[in-house]
Design a protein around this ligand. Structure first.
Ligand code: COS
Length: 323
């Protein structure tokens, strides 16, 4: 997605979605790291960065020298993303930031953080600004790593800011215009999380199919029983439908069109499919499905977050209804 002049491949969003699905088929935690890095950080700079901001950061991000992190959520600002409490107060030539952010993917490994803070509390969502903050900036520390049920290889942290000075040049987009930046980026991010869900579902389906062909009960492979066949058929239809929704949203994204509704539809359907498919894949494995030696146990745990992060399924339905 990052332009070749900054060291990126210049791929369109459809190619990106295909790559994201394949990566998630192997390891969703690893894909999640790259999804945040590309959709939410490289995307932020590509869409909203000044030429100076792009040249300073995109080459490092495109080469992988630096990893990016995106920080919107707080303990009291999850689905209600506009109720951010972390504050940036005007200081000489810049801003001074104080507050705590949470659920930050790549938090412990990132060199650059895209951080949303309040610059005008009375403005609520219309008083939020976005800042580019480098790791190691005085007054900025990274907190403990969360112990999650799934996506355990992805590094999720709190971020703490105490009188952290950032220059005015760190502002991404306009002052108090950060909420729209956050939402626009999440449109793209949700396409990549949809692709992640499709990848997890595909992996779970492949394991279930292969297990059903080799596991014998009552004198034949369980794949020959119609109740197992029905599960496998429903899984494969769901995966194909989810993949098409994700790719439709990706095509719109490639054209630069606003795809808020289509991205939410893709994420909602794909994440629900991933959970259903992973559930049935565990069921087909029987007792073997709940032990760590079999990969479906991990797919089941990894799928759960896809219905929660980058907007819960409830929020996706709300967005679709509004649109
Ligand atoms: N693209 C561009 N602009 C958008 C937009 C989008 N996708 N979505 C909303 N906006 C704009 C609106 O048009 C509105 O603009 P105006 O001020 O000009 O009217 C502004 O942003 C505020 O929008 P809205 O009134 O809809 O905001 P709400 O506070 O009602 O919140 C939801 C909307 C609930 C959709 C939003 O808070 C949300 O997505 N929450 C989930 C957050 C999330 O995904 N968190 C996970 C973080 S990453 S782990």
């Amino acid at each position: 997605m990052t332009a070749p002049e900054y060291g990126g491949l210049g791929l369109d969003a459809l190619s990106y979605a295909v790559a994201m699905e394949e990566l998630a088929r192997a390891n969703a935690a690893y894909q999640g790291c790259l999804s945040v890095h590309n959709s939410l950080v490289c995307g932020a700079l590509s869409l909203f960065g000044t030429p100076e901001q792009r040249s300073r950061y995109l080459p490092k991000l495109a080469s992988g020298e630096w990893i990016g992190a995106y920080s919107l959520s707080e303990a009291g600002a999850g689905s209600d993303a506009g109720s951010i409490q972390t504050m940036a107060k005007p200081a000489a030539e810049g801003f001074s930031i104080t507050g705590t952010k949470c659920w930050v993917s790549n938090g412990g490994i990132a060199g650059l953080f895209v951080v949303f803070v309040s610059t005008s509390p009375a403005g609520a969502s219309r008083g939020i600004s976005c800042f580019l903050i480098e790791g190691g900036t005085p007054g900025f520390t990274v907190g403990r790593k969360e112990k999650k049920m799934g996506l355990r290889a992805s590094d999720t942290r709190e971020l703490h800011f105490q009188d952290c000075f950032v220059p005015r040049s760190a502002l991404l987009g306009s002052l108090n215009g950060g909420f729209k930046v956050a939402m626009r980026l999440l449109d793209g991010g949700r396409v990549a999380i949809g692709a992640q869900a499709v990848g997890i579902a595909q992996a779970a389906f492949e394991e279930a199919l292969s297990y059903a062909k080799t596991r014998r009960q009552f004198g034949k492979p369980i794949a020959e029983f119609q109740l197992i066949q029905a599960k496998l058929a429903d899984m494969s239809v769901g995966i194909e439908a989810a993949r098409l929704l994700v790719r439709r949203a990706a095509v719109l994204l490639s054209r630069g069109a606003r795809c808020t509704k289509e991205a939410s539809m893709a994420k909602l359907f794909a994440s629900s499919t991933a959970n259903r498919v992973a559930y049935d894949a565990v069921q087909i494995h029987g007792g073997n499905g709940i032990v760590r030696e079999f990969p479906v146990e991990r797919y089941f745990r990894d799928a759960r977050a896809t219905e929660i992060y980058e907007g819960t399924s409830e929020i996706q339905r709300l967005i679709i209804a509004r649109e």
